[in-house]
Design a protein around this ligand. Sequence first.
Ligand SMILES: [Mg+2]
Length: 292
Amino acid sequence: MRKIKLIYNVTAGHNEFKYFLDAIVEKFTDNDYEVSVFRTGKGDSLEEYIKESKDIYGIVVAGGDGTINKVVNIMMKNNIKVPLGVIPAGTSNDFAKHINMPASYIQCVDRILKGNIGAVDVGLANNNYFINVCSAGVCTNASQKTDKNLKNIFGKTAYFFTGLVEFFKFKPFEVKIETENSIYVGKIFLFLIFNGSTVGGMDIFTKNPSIQDGLLDCIILKDCKHRKFRKMVTNILSGKFEEDENIIYSKEKYIKITKLSGKCDDPDVDGDPGPKFPMEIRCIKDGLNMFL
Ligand SMILES: [Mg+2]
């Protein structure tokens, strides 16, 4: 009998996953799987639970990007190669969207039961692994700054308003960005370094992204005046990054970002606080096995 560890975050999304829990366990047991369930919470022993992975066929996590990030960090730091399946049960499910997991929880179980396992890349920013995105600058940490209660009531709309308030207060900051082939020094509004492709439910910032190409999709929006900013937004919305002089878009294995001057909050990984500047970011090719 194959053993599955099911981890869920009870506070994720609209707190509704718990109502589906029994149906999900039943689906696995009907297919001859033995399921153990772990409910995450403050001061839990998630790391110990995941580390005991001997004879485990798969780990399944139900939650948003933040919960997946926690599980992935534990797996990567303990070299656990058991395949991971995700069920998008959070407020923000950008990573699950990137790998095309269905929105229906039960359909996700069907997908996992098919057993299509593949190696995928993982991002590493200093000592923090990330599965979807590492970012800093205007609006990028709206998910961190949004009140948890507001998030549970209004979902992503709460991010939007937090982001809007941030936008009008924001001043560009100066950075040095080094990759294997280039150096850029200047003021920027924001950078987004994607392992996935979707942020805030939008997948407009990358071109032909792949979670299996060993490369991170990097987009940097340079400081520019009002009129050029409007043009930049139009170019992003229409997918014309290359044509805009104020956008740097590239695919990289390695990026180092140093903050030189100006104010900017610490970078964010998968919607949660990440490392401080200076930050070295790497793509770990085939770092994790997943149910795809
Ligand atoms: Mg990639």
